[in-house]
Each structure stands twice: as structure tokens, then as C-alpha cells.
Design a protein around this ligand. Sequence first.
Ligand code: SF4
Length: 479
Amino acid sequence: MDRNSSTPTETKSVAFYTLGCKLNFAETSTLKHHFKGQSFPILPFEKKSDVYVINTCSVTQDANRDCRKVVRRALRQNPDAYIVVTGCYAQLEPDEIASIEGVDLVVGAKEKFDIMKLAGNFEKCDQTIVHRSDVNEAVDFHHAFSSSDRTRAFLKVQDGCDYKCSFCTIPLARGKSRSPSIAQILENAQQVIENGYREIVLTGVNVGDFGNRTDETLFDLLRQLDRLPGLDRIRISSIEPNLLTDEIIDFVADSHTVQPHFHIPLQSGSDEMLKLMKRRYRTDLYRKRVERILNRMPHACIGVDVITGHPGETEKRFQTTMEFLQALPVGYLHVFSYSERPNTTALDIGGDISKQVRKHRTHKLRRISEHKRFDFDSSFLGDIRPVLIEQEMADGRMPGWSDNYIRVSIPYDANLVNKVVMCRLDDRNPGDPVKGHIKTNYNSTPAGEAVKSSREMLRFFKKNGKPAKIKVINTIEQN
Ligand code: SF4
């Protein structure tokens, strides 16, 4: 080993645990890669390992409790293990983490990718070591991508955020908005394709802010990725409404690779609340974004982030939010209860909402979301949609996501793993994936144009609206 001269010759094993978002998962993958490169065997977290690396999140109030729990789990597996804690929570509360019994090394945002160097020989010592710089020094961009299966890869294209939303600690934990060049992302995307992935999900803290310090934009990035041979699907993980331009919407509508699925944070349906939250748009703009998307892509799925119980959310303002959301033709909501975070401006607003009321409001919005999901999925029953099939199996069926983000399951067939197939959506129960079956060998559109591949078929769908209008001939049906 060449880590440094004091490194012992015996090989140490390492296990990882990730809390939080897809970006954190992507970064844990990069950390794993670093350790692998230095010949550390990587073990599952449930195994007895010499080193445990815990990548934390700061989004909720439970960050401290969650982090303690994971440290305890690691020490139960091996009381002598060397414990490293990094991630957003480590950047925000390094002393709190250092006080957790058994933690050896705390590593902040700037130092996250230097763990190997900072830990030396990974030998436990009496005192916890903390390496954490001011967040303004976290200016480098570290490339990362990860995947939960062999079909979709989460590719980091942006980090940090320059916004100052009242409730959010991410800018304090991750620093200023930054992103690499398009050329570098294309290189990473190429690697992802070579590794066999069919879909790339563009991931970041504020993806729409891509290129804000260069003369490139997210629109430029999408255009270039769209031309990459061998890539079937691109998805944007999430985009702020004020950064979702007409140009991007129109491009997605005409692209056969960028999927008709938008996740757009709203946070509140009350303009007064949006102002308090320091969001950079109002409901009118949000509604217009949704309308434009659905005008161009009637089949698109739109997901919405909402926070309940932010200070100042009176009953009337919450009602306004409910009414706004009920009327909005979207596919689903991601609802979170507000939680107090140190050093955020929301703490000074006043008009605090009790935890019980927050919970109750969250429950109400989640019920609305369930109905929206059910209605959205049901509106496609009988239609044919392209689905990327994953490898798990449950009850003789295998799942996948449609282009417009409907969870579909079809009868198991090992040959279909990691393939985009045309499925007819047959039936559904609330909470379960839509049951579908494959219809293959499309060789003609109603206009008689020959189509050779699913890509061409998709292009045809995009031009002609809902695929239900397409008459499929010469089909081979799955049993
Ligand atoms: S846009 Fe607002 S909520 Fe999102 S990361 Fe930036 S500050 Fe946080």
C-alpha cells in the first residue's frame, strides 16, 4: 500500500453508510472508488469491518439522532472499528458529532474527498480528530455517480447553492453553486454508458443553476447529452421553477432521450408564504410552467415538493396551498413537515406552527398526493409506454419506470432486464405498480411510416401526443 509510510501492511476492510439524498449516494460511490483504488476490501455495512464511513445529511431535525444510531450500529458490529463521519451534518455540527462516543474522525465539506489522507493509518486514538474548514472554502467540484441497480445512474452535475431559502441549510453545508464543464460531464456520461446503464439522472443541489459561473447552461448540457450515442434516457432529478425555461421545456418535448418527467419544488401554494420562504417565484409562474409542460407534453408527469408548517403558515395560508395543489394537474407531491435548523432565517420569522399541526397538514397533503398519483397512473391504462425494466423480482413480476414516471410491473423474464420495452398498461391497485405486459415488434405507425427501434417509436410518440392513438400492428404479446 502507498497511502503513507506509517500505513500498516495488513489490509483493512471498509463499509459505508449513506443518509440523505441521491447526491450523497453518488458521493459515497466516489469515496468507495477511492478506497477500492487503495485496495481496501469494501464490505456491506452489516458486516464486521475495520473502518466505517458514514456520509450524513442535515435536512431534518433528526440528523443528530440518525447519525448516533448509525455510529452505534457500526460499533456493535466491531467495537474496535475506526469511525469516520462526513457529509452535510459533519460540516454543520462537527463538535456535536465529535462528542458521539466512538467517532474517530469528523470530515467537513471541503475535506470530504481527502479522508484517506486525513485518516493516516486508520488507527483509533483517544481523541476525535476534526477536519472542517469554513464552507466558503468548499469551491472544488468532485465528480460522482451512483446507482441503486444496473439500469439508472445518478450523475452529479452540480453542487452547492447560492439561494437563501429561509428553511434550508444546504448552502451552509455545501457552499456556493458550482458545476464542471459540459465536456467533463460528457466524459463521465460516456463512462456510465460503457458501464451498461441505460438511463442517467442528472443530480445536484440546484441542477437548474448548472453553469452559473461559466457561459454554459443546463439547456446546453441537455442538448449535448441528447446526442450521446448509446444513451437511451436522461432525466432531470429536480429543477427550480424559476430556472425551468421555455427553451428547456420545448427541448424536452422534442427530445427522444430526455424523459417527460419534471420534479419541480413548490414548497407552498401561498404567495405570502413563498415570500416569507424567500423563494424566487410566485404561484402564477409555477402554474404557467405546469401549463406549458402539459401543453407540449400532455403525457408528462410532474412531481411537486411541498413543506408544511413553516413559520407563518396560518390556517388560511395552508388552505390556499391545499386549493392550489388540488387544482394543479400534477402527478404526485413530496410532502415534508418543516423542521427547525440552526442558522436559518426561518427561525426569526415568528408565527411558529406546533409539531402536531405540521404532522396533520403533512398527512392531508399526502392524501391528496395519493389521489393524484392514482388518477395520473389510471389515466394511462390501456396506453402503451416505454418502460426500462429492472432486475428485481417479486411475485413473479419485474418492475420498471415508464418514460413518464409510472411504476410498472410485468411478468418476469430475465432477458428483459435493463431493456426499454413497450408495455401496455393494463390494471392497477392503489399503492402498487401498474400491471402491464409487453407489446413488441412495432413495425408501423398509423401513417405507415416504418419504425425500426424503440427510440424511433418514442420520437413518433413525442410528435403525435399520447401513444394510445397509435395503432400497433404485428405485435407479439407476452403471455
Ligand atoms: S434552492 Fe433553496 S431549498 Fe434548494 S438548496 Fe438552494 S437554498 Fe436550499
